[in-house]
Design a protein around this ligand. Structure first.
Ligand code: IMP
Ligand code: MG
Length: 195
């Protein structure tokens, strides 16, 4: 199949946030973060794998010195459902005691993942801990999470693109799209997945 065909917007998707709008908003968040840390070198902690596009663009928009590290969280659930019982499958390389830390997440849904990560990182005594989330699906929240930097409020639909996947597909799309229920129903079932 030629590449042009393989990269077309799949028929069962609706584009909700265009690439240019994502880039503009991520720049605004980067500027805000740079202003908020005038005397510090914050550590961005990306939550793999969904954060990759967001953290990559965000760091380029933060015009002050900062560092980067990653965690990875796994949870049991269907590919389109939320994460229960999250656990750390990849820990930080750096120690964070006394540091200003910013967790960078693609999307907050039920809030279980960030609740778990927040508790885990707070127990290591950082000087401060803030959260940057590109997307906030607040209707679905089961855990209250203080979000410091939010890109966009999004509806309760299953979203893909710009790092977000559906069973490992569609991460590469440069926009955020909603998947149709028909596409979700074709899903193979429950499995262990990385947030
Ligand atoms: P939470 O623990 O329910 O807040 O879920 C957070 C994680 O679930 C995110 O890091 C995403 O990896 C995944 N997730 C939640 N909603 C979506 C979605 O609409 N599309 C893709 N992944 C999602
Ligand atoms: Mg994620």
């Amino acid at each position: 199949m030629p590449e042009t065909t393989r990269l077309e917007v799949p028929r069962l998707m609706e584009v909700l946030i265009a690439s240019a709008d994502i880039r503009r908003r991520v720049c605004e968040l980067g500027n805000q973060i740079a202003r908020d840390y005038p005397d510090s070198t914050p550590l961005l902690v990306g939550v793999l794998n969904g954060c990759i596009c967001f953290v990559s663009d965000l760091m380029q928009a933060i015009a002050i010195p900062h560092e980067l590290d990653f965690v990875s969280v796994s949870s049991y659930g269907a590919a389109s459902e939320s994460s229960r019982n999250p656990r750390l499958v990849k820990d930080l390389e750096k120690t964070i005691a006394g540091r200003d830390v910013i967790l960078v997440e693609d999307i907050v849904d039920s809030g279980h993942t960030l609740h778990f990560l927040r508790e885990t990182l707070l127990s290591r005594s950082p000087r401060s801990l803030r959260i940057a989330a590109l997307l906030d699906k607040s209707e679905r929240r089961e855990r209250t999470i203080p979000l410091d930097y939010v890109g966009f409020e999004v509806p309760d639909r299953f979203l893909v693109g710009y790092g977000l996947d559906f069973a490992e597909r569609f991460r590469h799309l440069p926009y955020i799209a909603a998947l149709s229920p028909a596409e979700i129903e074709a899903e193979p079932g429950h499995h262990e997945e990385v947030a």
